[in-house]
Every structure is written in C-alpha cells, then in structure tokens.
Ligand binder design. Structure first.
Ligand code: SF4
Length: 135
C-alpha cells in the first residue's frame, strides 16, 4: 500500500477482499487457473507446528498463519491476517528485498518443492490493490 489508509478504508478492503476470495471459490469451480493454483499450493502445506517460513521473515509476517486460513477456506481470516501483516511491515518483498526467506525455508522443499508463498502473497496483495482502487 503506497499511501496511509484510514482504519475505515482498511476495514472496507478486508471486507471486499474476503468477498473476492469467496468469489474465487466459485472461480475455482469454473476452473479459474490462478485461484486453483493458490488452492493447490495451500493444500500442499504441512501446517508445521513451528513454521520456519514465518520464523524466517525479517518483516515478521506470518506466512503459515495466512496459509492455514486459506487452507481451511477461512478467507475472511486470511484477509485480516494479510492486512495486519501489510500494516506492520508493508508490501511483501520490501523487508527481505525479494530474497524470499519464507519460501526458501519452507520444509515442504525437503520433500519435493516449497510452497509458493510468494505467489500466494502476491495474489492477496494484487486483490487488495484492486479493492483499494475502487474505494
Ligand atoms: S514451512 Fe512450508 S510446509 Fe511448513 S507451514 Fe510454512 S509453508 Fe507450510
């Protein structure tokens, strides 16, 4: 988010973003590729007890928590967590200079390939910007 948002605006974004994701669930049924990829990725997450993805973020973002909410289709929860993280440390990639510590430390990478955490955050960020444009 490039500008300082009022608390009311943030609430509006949270509301619309969670609705957009719930809409995404319908997209999933219509074979929307991008949303299907997100669902596929979060379903691969091992829901680690002490998630190294979150611990590795220099900006203090809790990637695992957002993934868990998405995994259980708690889109509203995911949006709240994502917006709170955005408030705390800004756009994903700023704190770590796009070094993707979260994704590089994902345990799933030791089995086959890491969860595409960056893609998930990018998706949420782009969706929130779309909402910001209309408020
Ligand atoms: S480290 Fe990977 S598998 Fe574990 S919680 Fe984070 S994203 Fe999921």
């Amino acid at each position: 988010m490039g500008k300082i948002l009022k608390e009311k605006d943030k609430e509006v974004i949270r509301h619309f973003l969670s609705n957009a994701l719930i809409g995404g669930l319908n997209m999933e049924k219509k074979n929307d590729m991008r949303f299907s990829q997100i669902i596929e990725e979060v379903s691969r997450c091992l829901l680690c007890y002490d998630p190294p993805c979150s611990k590795a973020c220099p900006g203090g973002k809790n990637a695992a928590d957002i993934i868990m909410s998405l995994r259980f289709k708690n889109y509203k929860g995911a949006c709240h967590k994502f917006m709170d993280d955005l408030d705390k440390s800004g756009e994903c990639g700023l704190a770590c200079n796009n070094k993707m510590y979260c994704q590089r430390n994902c345990i799933r990478g030791k089995i086959d390939r890491p969860i595409k955490i960056r893609m998930i955050h990018k998706f949420l960020h782009e969706e929130s910007l779309k909402v910001e444009e209309v408020i």
